[in-house]
Ligand binder design. Structure first.
Ligand SMILES: [Zn+2]
Length: 243
């Protein structure tokens, strides 16, 4: 199983890369070679096989406040592995989100960036949030037996670190996990379909309500209770993410 920043890096670069190569691609000149691998843990992902590393203080300023989110930080580790260094670059933090897939057998790595409408036209393979969402309905059949990672950045908060918080799945036929910043949600194709039908129905009955588009209705996806009755009441208790 890949660590999430490792899978992201391979997909971004289109193939597996050794740690030295990944580090060189970050453009960072000051790094260290780790002599005693077993005693060194990456402060971000917690991996224990670092061959090269960058000092944590070189990557984050004193005002950085998300330390508690890092897997290895509680051990007071001061180094970050090449994959995490690569994944948290400013360039990647500007993404709205991404889908990464790695074929476990063929090792074909793909990254689909999720970007704004204008950028989606410019970037080859780039999707808007809505297009990504639509893709989820056909994703499972296309991607049987593959590693998959889907993550979205926090709404309206450009520049937060989110890639290391993503979940890596081996995909199942109709469902998978995805991450919105530090929250993990379960995507169930059938449940989502029924909810979208309900939204369409509501739109028809209430044409004056604000323009509806697709929604991730996040808490609904993780709840066991079926939606019923007056949708407006149900709607109030749901956490939504407009796409
Ligand atoms: Zn790491």
């Amino acid at each position: 199983m890949f660590k999430n920043t490792e899978l992201f890096t391979y997909c971004y670069l289109g193939s597996k890369c050794d740690q030295k190569t990944v580090l060189e691609k970050t453009g960072i000149k000051k790094y260290v070679e780790i002599k005693n691998k077993s005693s060194c843990i990456c402060a971000i992902c917690g991996r224990t096989d670092m061959q090269y590393a960058v000092e944590f203080d070189r990557l984050f300023s004193d005002s950085f406040g998300e330390y508690s989110q890092f897997a290895g930080i509680q051990h007071d580790n001061k180094y970050v592995c090449p994959y995490c260094v690569f994944a948290i670059r400013d360039e990647n933090r500007k993404l709205l989100g991404f889908i990464t897939v790695a074929d476990a057998l063929k090792e074909e790595f793909k990254l689909i960036p999720i970007v704004g409408k204008e950028k989606a036209k410019q970037i080859s393979g780039g999707l808007t949030k809505r297009q990504a969402f639509e893709k989820f309905f056909s994703l499972p059949e296309e991607l049987q037996n593959q590693y998959l990672m889907v993550a979205f950045n926090r709404l309206g908060k450009k520049g937060t670190h989110f890639i290391h918080k993503a979940v890596v799945n081996i995909i199942q036929a109709d469902s998978f996990y995805f991450t919105v910043n530090n929250e993990v949600f379960f995507f169930d194709r059938m449940k989502m379909k029924s909810l979208l039908d309900l939204i369409d129905e509501y739109k028809e009955k209430n044409p004056k309500t604000k323009t509806w588009s697709y929604y991730f209705v996040l808490e609904y996806l993780t709840s066991k209770e079926p939606l019923k009755g007056d949708f407006t009441n149900e709607f109030k208790i749901l956490k939504i993410l407009e796409i």
